[in-house]
Design a protein around this ligand. Structure first.
Ligand SMILES: [Zn+2]
Length: 261
């Protein structure tokens, strides 16, 4: 069955010779696909504006393929489904957007076929985060820490690497909620009896626990000025380091991470 059209969020784009763009889109089924947009920069004879921009949701009608390869498609026509009015105007929010797109690109699978919906949560995670990021700018509640925490916490859930925040890794005791250290290499929290160097990492447990709420509920806290955490940069960095370790990714591979963490 040949694919005639696709809908997805632009994860990556690079400008090719002329006015052409090569872009990667995240589809609703959680898979990423590469598409060539001839004349994608806009302007030219048709005078069309360029809409292939990072974080924008596009609907793309494809040119018929001469072969059956699913690695690169060519766009025939494309239109904008959704875009953020405000993220581009705020450089902190824009770096965050780039960070979410880069992480999504690294953790999503390549396109195979259209009707596979097993990774719908990958799409929902990204699209909901961008939606609320835009809303927070509109209502002037933007908080970098809030979006990093809610995104990374839910990322650990959708990718299946959320650590046990109830028990000590070694003795299974529940005392980790009071005093513990986060052992990233071993994938969990360790109580004071089992660890020689106990740090006050229980704040990370509190953060991860909080991130299990629905995004809507957490966002309401932000709007009501009731987001319960402050000075959490170090803890968020540790959650990010845990993600990197579990996925065997070097931080340098996520270029925007130095601007947000
Ligand atoms: Zn223990």
């Amino acid at each position: 069955m040949s694919v005639k059209s696709l809908e997805g969020i632009v994860l990556y784009k690079s400008i090719l010779k002329g006015r052409n763009i090569s872009a990667q889109l995240l589809l609703r089924n959680g898979q990423k696909v590469s598409i060539l947009f001839y004349g994608g920069i806009g302007g030219g004879k048709k005078g069309k504006g360029g809409i292939v921009e990072l974080g924008q949701m596009l609907n793309v009608t494809l040119k018929e393929k001469k072969n059956n390869r699913n690695d690169v498609f060519e766009a025939k026509e494309w239109s904008l489904v959704w875009y953020s009015k405000l993220i581009r105007q705020n450089h902190n929010a824009f770096y965050l957007l780039c960070f979410f797109l880069e992480v999504t690109s690294l953790t999503s699978t390549q396109f195979t076929h259209l009707d596979d919906s097993e990774n719908i949560s990958t799409f929902n995670l990204l699209s909901n985060t961008i939606f609320y990021l835009d809303k927070s700018l509109e209502k002037e509640h933007f908080s970098k820490e809030f979006f990093l925490l809610t995104y990374l916490g839910r990322l650990l859930q959708t990718t299946g690497i959320f650590p046990d925040i109830e028990h000590c890794l070694y003795c299974q005791s529940e005392s980790v909620k009071n005093v513990c250290s986060f052992e990233i290499e071993n994938g969990g929290f360790v109580c004071d009896k089992c660890s020689s160097s106990v740090k006050n990492d229980f704040i990370i447990i509190n953060l991860l626990n909080y991130s299990q709420k629905s995004l809507k509920e957490m966002y309401q806290n932000l709007e009501d000025s009731q987001f319960p955490f402050k000075n959490i940069e170090y803890s968020i960095k540790q959650i990010f380091n845990y993600f990197l370790y579990q996925f065997h990714i070097e931080q340098a591979k996520i270029k925007s991470s130095i601007f947000v963490l």
